[in-house]
Structures are given as structure tokens and as C-alpha cells.
Design a protein around this ligand. Structure first.
Ligand SMILES: Cc1cc2nc3c(=O)[nH]c(=O)nc-3n(C[C@H](O)[C@H](O)[C@H](O)COP(=O)(O)OP(=O)(O)OC[C@H]3O[C@@H](n4cnc5c(N)ncnc54)[C@H](O)[C@@H]3O)c2cc1C
Length: 394
């Protein structure tokens, strides 16, 4: 059926065996759902849909977690979105991350761990911190440490390992098929959907979920429904020589560069693998068609390395550089994710716009969309606030 490469075709034995047990009553046909986009939102959606009994095909143009979902920090917070529209989604998703970590052996397989979180002021030209009010590895010119998260309220995952682990589980246990190919358009009608792929592939289904991240607005069908722009952000991953010196503390910095310029707010996340992730430096840029074409700006990378070396001598020039990278946050015009059925297109759903909280909110988004598609409404989170209907002119 596809001209594109089918990565994994699950065995059909389960279906055959169960109908053979009771030949009089064949199993009802499964709802067939096509999920477009293999970032954390698409993968979580595919996982929960398949767990609820859907026959899912996920289509990804490059590779699973190739974009922001593979290059993000992976920081999770229970209550930091309180008081805003994403509050209940975030709380539900934080808890879901905890239970998924048990189900998927997340501590071992994708570095899930609760962390303490500090905010710090850093003046690049200041004097090194000699007081023991912060963990010893933070030996640069830092002041005003404040605990802003504890192991009860903040945690982390390695986002690429998490997304790929969940995909593997969905394929191996729930029969999700992955197709590498670019979805060109989607047609709906008569209770059916058809996804058309570049190169001529066609995938039929009963519903389709578009989880295209910052590529949403490049998709013709959606450009008039919802505008999602990409905000480019940078990160470096360092491996310090003495990995044991680094404690499990996430750092949120208010950073004043030495030679003037506006203050910055980079973040530093040590990971249980021994590597340390540093991110920041965002800019408005056009999202390239191909995620593999996203290149970091050398100046932004240089600044992030300087930040790391200023905060800790363990993160200076002697540490090994494991990655210098950039990716795009998917942002909506009103800064609220867009999750729901597209008005006037029965069976066609969208899930994107999670901005800087997509890793946190991926699991609850996936679980809620799965309920919406399979049962007609979501119980895990009220999705009314996220409906794409808010963008449609009356
Ligand atoms: C530097 C940085 C740090 C971050 N840190 C955190 C953090 O600590 N915690 C947190 O919660 N969030 C964080 N985020 C945010 C988070 O990474 C994003 O919100 C999230 O990854 C978005 O996931 P997504 O699945 O919507 O999009 P993406 O990860 O961009 O995935 C979209 C996928 O769709 C595919 N695609 C697009 N068009 C097509 C098509 N036509 N056909 C087939 N496939 C297609 C793409 O190839 C891509 O794989 C960070 C983001 C950045 C940039």
C-alpha cells in the first residue's frame, strides 16, 4: 500500500488467535487511526490510542524524536503552570510521567529522576562563590540561590530516549506501525480519512491526528485553521571529566554577561548519564522543511558554552562536547496548545502548540486525544480550552 518504507509490521497473530477462540463472534474491526508526526506528542498519542485498542499507523518524515522532542531539556514540573490554562494538563501529565517511568523502567531506560531545582543569579564578571550555600560543583560567580522545586515537584527525563522507548513499547506490545514518509495532505469524508504521502503512498483510516509541531503551519490543510510559529532555541550537551562531582540539581539562571547586553535566562540540567545539558538563546527564524537541515547558530553555541564554564569549572573547556544543536518550539498565537477536532472536518484532529512544555505535557495530551478519538470526549483533562474552534472566525 505504501511506496514509503514500512519500518515495522506487527504480527497479525493476536487478532487471528482471538477470533479463532470464538469463531461465531469475530472481533469487531478496530478503529484505524493515522497519527502524523513522530515527536513526543504524536508518539504519546499513538501509544495511548493503541493501548485503547485502535489500530495505529504513525507517519514521520525523518526519524522518531528527530526535532525538539529529541533535543529538549526534559525538565518536568508539577505545579509551575498553576493559575494558567495549562495547569490541569501539566499536573495530570507530571503524574503520568511518574507512572510511565514505573511501567517502562524509566529510571534505567530514559533517565527519569526527581530533581531539586534552584534559581541563581550569575554575574559573569563577578567573584567566584566561596560559600557552601550551593552544591560544590557550582563554583562560579553565583548568588541569591533559591529552591524553586523539590524532588516532590520537579523531575526530568532524557526526552529522546523517553520518546523512542514509548514508541518501541507501542510497536512491540500494541502493534503500532511506523511509516517513514512525509504527509502531503489529508482528505476526509463519509466517515473515513485518507492521508496522502509524498511519493504516492496512501494510508486510509477512520481518524487522523496531526501532531506536526512547528511544521503545522506549513501543512496546507491547517494553515487557515491555526497558526503555529516556530521559535528557534539552542542547546549544548557537555560531559564533564568528573561526572560524580555533579549533583541532581536543575538550575534556572538569571545571567548578566560581562560586556553589557541584555540579561539572559539559560537553564542547566545535569543528567543521570553524567552529561550536562545547557539551553537558551532563542530567535525568530523560518522553520526549514526538513528537520535535518536545522543548524545551530555558532554565536549562540559559543555563548551557551561560556555560560556553562562560568557557572562551573567542571563545565569549562576540559569537558567533552557531546552535542551542539538547535530546534524549534511550536508556539500558537495565544500561547495555549491547540488540541481537538478541527471544525468542519469530522475525524481530523490536531495536537500541537506546547511551546516550552511539550515534554512535560506530552503524556496527558496523548492520553486525552486517545480518549477524544475513541470515546468522543476526554476525562483525564477537559480539552474545551484547547479547542481549535477558538481560531475559527464566526
Ligand atoms: C531548547 C529546548 C528545550 C526544551 N526543554 C523542554 C523541557 O525541559 N521541558 C518541556 O516540557 N519541554 C521542553 N521543550 C519543549 C518541547 O521540546 C516541545 O514542546 C515538544 O518537543 C514539541 O513536541 P511535538 O511533538 O509537538 O513537536 P516536534 O518534536 O517538533 O515533532 C514534530 C514531528 O512532526 C514531524 N513532521 C512534521 N511535518 C510532517 C509531515 N508533513 N509528515 C510527517 N512528519 C512530519 C517532524 O519531522 C517532527 O518529528 C524544549 C524545547 C526546546 C527547543
Amino acid at each position: 500500500m505504501f511506496s514509503n518504507k514500512l519500518l515495522f509490521a506487527p504480527s497479525r497473530f493476536n487478532t487471528i488467535t482471538s477470533s479463532m477462540n470464538n469463531p461465531q463472534q469475530p472481533d469487531p474491526p478496530k478503529k484505524r487511526v493515522v497519527v502524523c508526526g513522530g515527536g513526543i506528542i504524536g508518539v504519546c498519542t499513538a501509544y495511548f490510542l493503541s493501548k485503547k485498542g485502535a489500530a495505529v499507523t504513525l507517519v514521520e518524515q525523518s526519524s522518531i524524536a528527530c526535532a525538539a522532542s529529541g533535543k529538549a531539556g526534559g525538565f518536568l514540573a508539577f505545579d509551575w503552570c498553576d493559575g494558567g490554562p495549562v495547569s490541569s494538563l501539566a499536573r495530570a501529565s507530571f503524574n503520568l510521567h511518574r507512572s510511565l517511568a514505573q511501567e517502562l523502567d524509566g529510571v534505567e531506560s530514559y533517565g527519569y529522576r526527581p530533581v531539586n531545582t534552584l534559581s541563581l543569579s550569575v554575574t559573569e564578571s563577578g567573584k567566584p562563590n566561596r560559600k557552601s550555600t550551593v552544591p560544590g560543583w557550582i563554583d562560579g560567580p553565583v548568588k541569591s540561590p533559591r529552591t524553586i522545586g523539590t524532588i516532590e515537584t520537579t523531575a526530568q527525563v532524557h526526552p529522546q530516549l523517553f520518546t523512542r522507548k514509548l514508541m518501541e513499547k507501542a510497536m512491540a506490545e500494541y502493534g503500532v506501525e511506523v511509516v517513514i514518509g512525509k504527509v502531503k495532505s489529508v482528505e476526509t469524508g463519509g466517515g473515513k480519512v485518507t492521508a496522502l504521502l509524498e511519493g504516492g503512498g496512501v494510508i486510509d483510516g477512520d481518524a487522523v491526528v496531526l501532531a506536526l509541531g512547528p511544521w503545522t503551519s506549513k501543512f496546507k490543510l491547517l494553515e487557515s485553521v491555526v497558526r503555529v510559529h516556530g521559535l528557534k532555541a539552542h542547546s549544548v550537551v557537555l560531559e564533564p571529566k568528573d561526572v560524580d562531582a555533579i549533583s541532581a540539581d536543575a538550575l534556572f539562571l538569571s545571567y548578566q554577561p560581562a560586556h553589557g547586553g541584555p540579561p539572559m535566562d539559560p537553564e542547566i540540567y545535569p543528567r543521570p548519564t553524567g552529561e550536562v545539558y545547557i539551553c537558551g538563546m532563542s530567535s525568530q527564524e523560518e522553520v526549514p522543511d526538513d528537520p535535518e537541515q536545522i543548524e545551530p547558530n555558532p554565536d549562540s553555541i559559543r555563548v551557551l558554552k561560556r555560560v556553562a564554564g562560568t557557572v562551573s569549572s567542571h563545565l569549562g573547556e576540559e569537558s567533552r562536547v557531546k552535542a551542539e544543536q538547535a530546534c524549534f518550539l511550536p508556539c500558537t498565537d495565544d500561547s495555549v496548545p491547540v488540541i481537538g477536532e478541527i471544525p468542519g472536518m469530522a475525524g481530523c484532529y490536531v495536537a500541537t502548540g506546547h511551546s516550552c512544555w511539550g515534554i512535560l505535557n506530552g503524556p496527558a495530551t496523548g492520553a486525552a486525544v486517545a480518549e477524544l478519538v475513541m470515546d468522543g470526549s476526554s476525562t483525564i483533562v477537559d480539552l474545551t480550552r484547547f479547542s481549535p474552534a477558538r481560531f475559527v472566525r464566526k
